[in-house]
Design a protein around this ligand. Structure first.
Ligand code: BGP
Length: 465
């Protein structure tokens, strides 16, 4: 095969993504309040891999200067972090923690001084505990508390931060916390899940509205969604329908209201038919309609392979999205064996073409993509992790992204998940994803081979392959 030049548009955003709970550490220090992760670990440490909790993360709180220096050295022109709601406002509502204000100012200043644009996300799975105790997103009052928090963050940092995101992967707390039992509060109840999802969209829209009212100069606001293209097993009608319903539940339930300002009719009809519509209030539809986003972050790890159900669900069993489809293992699929996730690079292209054709080609970027590897910390040779598999993974996704851009898609950047190896939810330190490995005893950072490769492609704004 002849070599091709994959040159990206000028100003392409090269970088990586993180979240507060996963990197900061200092979970019980400097005035931070508890969030659901601190609490869950306190009551059920066995739910976390090797019983490592959120106190034991990558210590970014103390090492941010060193980390930002590494980002700079290794070709980042942009970086995503999240603000910890319970660090900024320890009770979730009310008084602001001045130590947190200084910390985030220092981090943002350090990034800007190093020509790295901060992309700031407001909510990455980390509900403050006092607000979860009054029902979390099930309780409509929490929406106003979130709006106040968002407003505070915009006012404090809006003169420096120009790219804002309301939520990261808002479907995940719905799935994990209310359907499939992998996030606190561990409820399995589709009705409650749907209410949580709906309130999250209302919270998102109120934050967008507040952002627009503040008129932040050059500011853009968006949301970050994990889009899982839903591919049917076959062309037959039942498989197609199954894939369509999975798409409605897991992609379009957030994508459509955020970008188009309304829910898909098919989703509303389906929920109506099964008596599972959420409770709404007058004015909600208008709020969603008027507060669509400027920019969309796309987290892409793997597609969803869907087939029609072999057997109809028992109508007496509780309603679940899985009533309507089954997942299946596509023969010949390639896997990241460590994480158990399929690798399908063309998914990036399919997502971008869909955004171009059906979502008015909204400005977007890959806000997460990456390869988690269990046990990677032991793969060191000559003092460095030789993660050629990660280089191949990134490169193959970038090729498809490049093709989408060539065909007119409005994709502006690529962020790897993640900067340095970090703590991940119940998986703790099991899967390593970073450009920089972290020795979890000494916290020492070591660039992996992929970091050197990334530096090159960022400097050349592309690569030959
Ligand atoms: C995404 C989350 C990240 C990160 C990543 C890897 O869904 O936004 O926070 O955790 O997945 O997931 P894991 O660490 O479970 O492999």
């Amino acid at each position: 095969m002849t070599e091709q030049n994959y040159q990206f548009p000028a100003g392409f955003w090269w970088g990586s993504a993180t979240s507060a709970t996963q990197i900061e550490g200092a979970a019980n220090q400097y005035g931070k309040g508890q969030n659901i992760w601190d609490h869950w670990y306190n009551i059920q440490p066995e739910r976390f891999y090797n019983q490592v909790g959120p106190e034991h993360t990558s210590d970014f709180y103390h090492r941010y200067k060193e980390d930002i220096a590494l980002m700079k050295e290794f070709g980042h022109n942009s970086f995503r972090l999240s603000i910890s709601w319970s660090r900024l406002i320890p009770d979730g509502v009310g008084e602001v923690n001045e130590e947190a204000v200084s910390f985030y100012h220092n981090v943002i200043d350090e990034l800007i001084a190093n020509d790295i644009e901060p992309f700031v996300n407001l909510f990455h799975f980390d509900m403050p505990l006092p607000l979860q105790e009054i029902g979390g997103w099930e309780n409509r009052e929490v929406i106003e508390m979130y709006r106040q928090y968002a407003k505070k963050a915009f006012e404090l940092f809006g003169d420096k931060v120009k790219k804002w995101f309301t939520f990261n992967e808002p479907i995940v707390p719905v799935e994990g916390g209310y359907l499939y039992n992998f996030h606190y509060p561990n409820v399995v109840d589709a009705k409650r899940a749907i209410q949580v999802a709906y309130h999250t969209i209302i919270a998102h829209a109120t934050a967008v509205q507040t952002f627009k009212e503040l008129n932040i100069e050059n500011g853009k606001i968006g949301i970050i969604l994990n889009l899982t293209p839903s591919y049917p097993r076959s062309e037959n009608t039942a498989d197609q329908k199954a894939a369509h319903i999975a798409d409605l539940f897991f992609n379009r339930s957030f994508l459509d209201p955020a970008v188009l300002g309304e829910y898909p009719e098919d989703l509303i009809n389906l929920l109506k038919e099964h008596n599972h519509l959420p409770q709404t209030e007058d004015g909600d539809a208008g709020l969603i309609k008027e507060n669509t986003i400027d920019i969309l972050g796309v987290n892409y790890y793997q597609p969803r392979r869907v087939k029609a159900k072999d057997n109809l669900p028992n109508p007496y069993s509780p309603f679940m999205p899985d009533w309507f489809f089954d997942s299946y293992e596509m023969p010949g699929r390639r896997m990241n064996e460590y994480r158990g996730w399929e690798i399908y690079e063309k998914g990036v292209y399919d997502i971008m073409i869909n955004l171009k054709e059906n979502y008015h080609n909204i400005e977007s970027f890959i806000s997460e993509n990456g390869m988690g590897v269990q046990g990677e910390e032991h793969f060191i040779e000559n003092g460095q992790i030789q993660d050629d598999y990660r280089i191949t993974f990134i490169k193959d996704h970038l090729k498809w992204l490049h093709r989408a851009i060539d065909e007119g898609c409005n994709a502006k950047g690529y962020h790897l998940w993640t900067t340095m190896d970090n703590w991940s939810w119940s998986n703790a330190y099991k899967n390593r994803y970073g450009f920089f490995s972290v020795n979890i005893d000494t916290m020492e950072r070591t660039p992996k081979k992929s970091a050197y490769w990334f530096k090159q492609i960022s400097e050349q704004n592309g690569f030959h392959a």
